[in-house]
Design a binder for this molecule. Structure first.
Ligand code: ADP
Ligand SMILES: O=c1ccn([C@@H]2O[C@H](COP(=O)(O)O)[C@@H](O)[C@H]2O)c(=O)[nH]1
Length: 345
């Protein structure tokens, strides 16, 4: 494309790369590979086995504006009863120095070197080992990281790493238990990118088109698309593909062992978690909680269990007469029962 040309037709044409479609669930799971072992192989495409009591790590890659963040949000929403954290590769953009800032139009934000991959790796490994981390906050308008604030990310059951190049570095890839590639047509992505970057990232349409033709599209072809081969699951159409997202969530739930408990104990009922329940679990796990609050919130949680349990006991039909004289048909416990909660600390 000539330097000064910003014809949308040209860019749309340049954007039409190879297309793939169809959900692929390879199930490529080596029996003995672990994250550490796999990292020693030369060019591993294998996904390591998920070890119990470790967080389940999901990588979500795909071209710019393919819907990676949207897919992640949908997964997080469906896994509301688990602790899930999202780590964006964008947070690990290096931030430009004054010289680079002056010539920002020549900077390639789509090259792997634009990211501090060592820091992303270190953060992910800390999260996997159960430690909380400080994730940098990147400003797309200033091309800088915030110097005085960061995002606190706590240890979780599920860690999602999302970004255009999260499959590029083998060491990062090898930490993932599941790799998802969001596959959306290039023209759709470009249209979304124009809208997003002009509305949210302080760009004008010409600069978006120029950057797209000069850096984004070539880097997609050179780095992003070739990393698609590492994916275990490919989601065509991103967030519109509810079937694929439901299947992925089911798989994660199975891996997290939720179904196993019910398989071992067929009479077990798992109470549907809510933010209120998770909030109380968070309070009672906090080592700084007062004894009074620990007893108070534990008691509330146990009451929920007891009340839910009582709902599964045998009942018989019973009629009562209301104060207005009408007959109400309800139920009565078959036997005299009571639930007692005992809190020990
Ligand atoms: N299925 C969809 N339909 C319409 N707009 C979408 C859809 N998925 C994402 N978008 C929009 O496209 C833009 C990029 O989506 P996002 O999920 O942030 O992509 P990515 O994280 O891959 O850059 C956002 O403005 C988002 O609202
Ligand atoms: O300062 C910056 C940093 C990044 N970009 C562009 O962002 C996309 C990656 O973000 P997505 O949310 O996955 O689209 C990448 O293509 C960079 O070109 C930027 O323009 N400026």
């Amino acid at each position: 494309m000539p330097e000064e040309t910003t014809s949308i037709d040209y860019v749309m044409e340049a954007a039409s790369g190879p297309h793939f479609s169809g959900l692929r669930l390879d199930g490529r799971m080596p029996s003995s590979a672990t994250a550490a072992a796999a990292s020693s192989s030369a060019d591993s495409t294998l996904t390591p086995d998920f070890l119990p009591n470790q967080p389940f790590v999901i990588g979500v890659s795909g071209g710019t504006a393919s819907g990676k963040t949207t897919v992640c949000d949908m997964i997080i929403q469906q896994l509301h009863d688990h602790r899930v954290v999202l780590v964006n590769q964008d947070s690990f953009y290096r931030g430009l120095n004054p010289e680079e800032l002056e010539r920002v139009h020549e900077y390639n934000f789509d090259h792997p070197d634009a990211f501090d991959t060592e820091q992303l790796l270190e953060c992910t490994m800390k999260l996997i080992s159960g430690q909380g981390v400080h994730v940098p906050i990147y400003d797309f308008k200033k091309h800088q990281r915030s110097s005085d604030s960061f995002r606190q990310v706590n240890a979780s059951d599920v860690i999602i790493l999302e970004g255009i190049l999260v499959f590029h570095d083998q060491r990062v890839r090898d930490l993932m238990n599941m790799k998802i590639f969001v596959d959306t047509d290039a023209d759709v992505r470009l249209a979304r990118r124009i809208r997003r970057d002009t509305m949210e990232r302080g760009r004008d349409i010409n600069s978006v088109l120029e950057q797209y033709a000069k850096f984004v599209k070539p880097a997609f072809d050179d780095f992003v698309l070739p990393s698609k081969k590492y994916a275990d699951v490919i989601i065509p159409r991103g967030g519109d593909n509810h079937v694929a997202i439901d299947l992925i969530v089911q798989h994660i739930r199975t891996k997290l062992g939720q179904h196993d408990l019910c398989k071992i104990y067929p009479n077990a009922y798992v109470i549907q978690s809510t933010f209120q329940i998770r909030g109380m679990h968070t309070l009672i796990r906090d080592r700084d909680i007062s004894k009074h609050d620990f007893v108070f919130y534990s008691d509330r949680l146990i009451r929920l269990v007891v009340e839910h349990g009582l709902g599964h006991l045998p009942f018989t039909e019973k009629q009562v007469v209301t104060p207005t004289g009408s007959v109400y048909t309800g139920v009565d416990f078959c036997k005299k029962l009571c639930g007692v909660s005992i809190v020990r600390r």
